[in-house]
Design a protein around this ligand. Structure first.
Ligand SMILES: [Zn+2]
Length: 414
């Protein structure tokens, strides 16, 4: 069977392993459906001679032995869990393309020198616990026993430890953390989740950085009153102040930093929340993403400058509080070069780009040299039943992984 058909066969098999949901695929971590998905991937790994194991967190590994079992390993994969009513590609595509690259190595009859592990992580999406990147952070070691009791299911209230036990795991993190191990590279293939590759008609994205995310919490204070008796010119409408600020900063980001930075007001609450009352307060959040510290600082400066202007014009008071602030993650330059060389060798179109979404790669880059390969998402769509990566693009992604593994395999360990 051609590699394209093999990948599609696996994608379609996993698409059907889902909790009953209104639409699409729904396979949250530590559920019976997740178990069935893992068992499917495990059987596919074993069919091609990979030695499988599940760690105590529920991460799945398939090992392809190398000629030198002690040489620093290659690891490649992504996550096997999904958000609610999701599609069949987000995360899954990265595991299946890594598996396909491993099959290609087996079929070539020329084994790698290094061991290659295909990895399917658990709990990457924050669906079950409101905490994302669980499997990878337990492997990387930022999280451990403490988090097993600290995290609780959003719907069932069970701790992560109780959930792991109910899933059939021992309920501890023994042997999960791999910090300190000699790993040559971790490479994650993922659907782009944006429209850049598709719009440009390109096959491969070579990821340079994963964006920094900053959150700002904003409260606008106005004055509640009757909506019919207070003339427009003397009101202190908190919602109007909030909207002015949001429009000003999103316009500024579009004009100055289109393609380089994003600002999103994803949550807004108006108080007291009556149809017949001028809003006295409005709470909102701003999510700022960019790989440039300077752009971020400029956007924060602009928000503060506009705040003063809106306070004057709308006769409101505005509090601005900075919440989470992450640093951007620069991926390994040597691996980026290997991915780019592979595209050239294969004659596939590519561009360098940044990732606007967080990924397991971001976590693994703290302990291992890490790279990322993007394949095009139709319409930029993910976290949606209609998400789609054309089969030929998946096959190209697997080819690029194969060539990248070969190149990294040939490098010395110096
Ligand atoms: Zn994902």
């Amino acid at each position: 069977m051609a590699k394209q058909e093999r990948i599609v066969e696996d994608i379609e098999a996993l698409r059907r392993i889902t909790q009953p949901c209104a639409c699409g695929t729904q396979r949250p971590s530590y559920t019976p459906e997740y178990r069935r998905g893992v068992e499917y991937v495990r059987r596919r790994m074993e069919a091609f001679g990979l030695k499988t194991r599940e760690d105590n967190a529920g991460n799945l590994y398939g090992l392809l032995e190398g000629r030198q079992p002690d040489a620093p390993k290659l690891i490649s994969g992504s996550h096997l869990d999904s958000v609610k009513c999701s599609g069949a590609y987000d995360g899954i595509a990265g595991v299946l393309c890594a598996l396909e690259a491993a099959r290609m190595i087996v079929e070539s009859g020329v084994p790698l020198r290094r061991p290659l592990e295909v990895l399917g992580t658990i709990g990457e999406e924050g669906t079950r616990f409101g905490q994302a990147l669980i499997g990878s952070q337990l492997i990387e070691g930022s999280w451990g026993e403490e988090q097993l009791d600290a995290f609780h299911g959003l719907e069932d209230g069970l701790s992560l430890r109780q959930t792991m036990r109910a899933y059939g795991l021992p309920g501890n993190v023994e042997g999960v953390c791999r910090r300190g191990e000699r790993v040559k590279a971790f490479v994650e293939l993922h659907a782009e989740q944006g429209p850049v590759l598709e719009d440009a008609g390109l096959s491969i994205g070579v990821v340079e950085n994963i964006v920094a995310i900053s959150w700002m919490y904003i409260t606008v204070h106005g004055m509640a009153s009757h909506p019919g008796t207070i003339p427009m010119s003397v009101r202190r409408d908190a919602c109007v102040g909030a909207c002015r600020l949001v429009c000003a900063v999103t316009d500024y980001a579009r004009e100055r930093y289109d393609g380089e930075a994003t600002v999103t007001a994803g949550k807004m609450e108006v108080f007291p929340g009556n149809t017949n009352c001028i809003p006295s307060r409005c709470d909102l959040t701003l999510d700022i993403r960019t790989c440039s510290g300077a752009y971020r600082d400029d956007l924060v400066r602009f928000i503060r400058e506009k705040k003063a202007e809106v306070e004057r014009e709308c006769r409101v008071e505005i509090e601005v509080r900075e919440g989470m602030r992450q640093a951007p993650t620069a991926l390994d330059a040597g691996i980026q070069q290997c991915i780019e060389d592979s595209c050239r060798k294969l004659g596939y179109s590519w561009r360098r780009m940044n990732s606007g979404a967080g990924h397991d790669a971001m976590i693994f880059s703290r302990i291992w040299p890490t790279g990322m390969v993007f394949v095009p998402s139709r319409g930029g769509l993910t976290h949606h039943p209609d998400e789609f990566v054309p089969p030929e693009e998946l096959a190209k992604g697997a080819d690029v992984l194969y060539e990248t593994f070969r190149a990294l395999d040939a490098q010395s360990d110096g």
